[in-house]
Ligand binder design. Structure first.
Ligand code: GAR
Length: 190
């Protein structure tokens, strides 16, 4: 059975989608680690419901940076646990060399836009501000850049009249929850 680690910073709906797919038998894998860098984020509660303890990732007091030492410690830990694939699920820090070196082409991210459009923060807001007529989500391999890794799959959604940033993000997230488990299965099977 392939072993997945999930890193998040927020509500954990993508983590839940992967866990739901495993529970439903449509994804053959097990989640053996959930980590979050934000104390009290809802992902802790969601993980607990699946009997998955969520660990607080110590980022040494940095608000945005993911310190090299913290990444090296996490990489070693996940390596020791036998993790096959790391899934970033709303994790809001840039992953760098310590993790990338240990898990080459084995770290995925889901991003709420049709990359390469709108990388970075609040992609759904960027789409609304830009007057986009279409948006969606992208699953890609993680490299050292910001949402720049090789694209694996995308799902599109329309931007409709009257959309707010929030309503568009909600529509994108519905697609995320379908797309991410499918791509995880595809990557693990390959
Ligand atoms: C998701 O929409 C994900 O695509 C986005 O954060 C949200 C996390 O939701 N990620 C990024 O913007 C990364 N650049 P979740 O915590 O409910 O899965």
């Amino acid at each position: 059975m392939k072993k997945i680690a999930i890193l998040g910073s927020g509500s954990g709906s993508n983590m839940q989608a992967i866990a739901d797919a495993i529970a439903a038998g449509s994804l053959e894998a097990e989640i053996i680690y959930v980590g979050c860098d934000i104390e009290g984020a809802y992902i802790f509660e969601r993980a607990e419901k699946f009997g998955l303890p969520c660990e607080l990732i110590d980022c040494h007091g940095f608000k945005q940076k993911f310190p090299q030492e913290a990444q090296a410690a996490l990489a070693q830990k996940l390596k020791n646990m036998g993790v096959d694939l790391i899934c970033l699920a709303g994790f809001m820090r840039l992953v760098g060399q310590p993790l990338l070196d240990h898990f080459p082409n084995r770290i995925l991210n889901i991003h709420p836009s049709l990359l390469p459009a709108y990388p970075g923060l609040h992609a759904w807001e960027q789409a609304i501000t830009d007057g986009a007529t279409e948006s969606g989500c992208t699953v890609h391999y993680v490299d050292a850049g910001m949402d720049t890794g090789e694209i694996i799959a995308q799902a599109k959604v329309p931007v409709v009249i009257g959309d707010t940033a929030k309503s568009l993000h909600t529509r994108i997230q519905e697609e995320e929850r379908k797309l991410y488990p499918l791509v995880v299965g595809q990557v693990l099977g390959s």
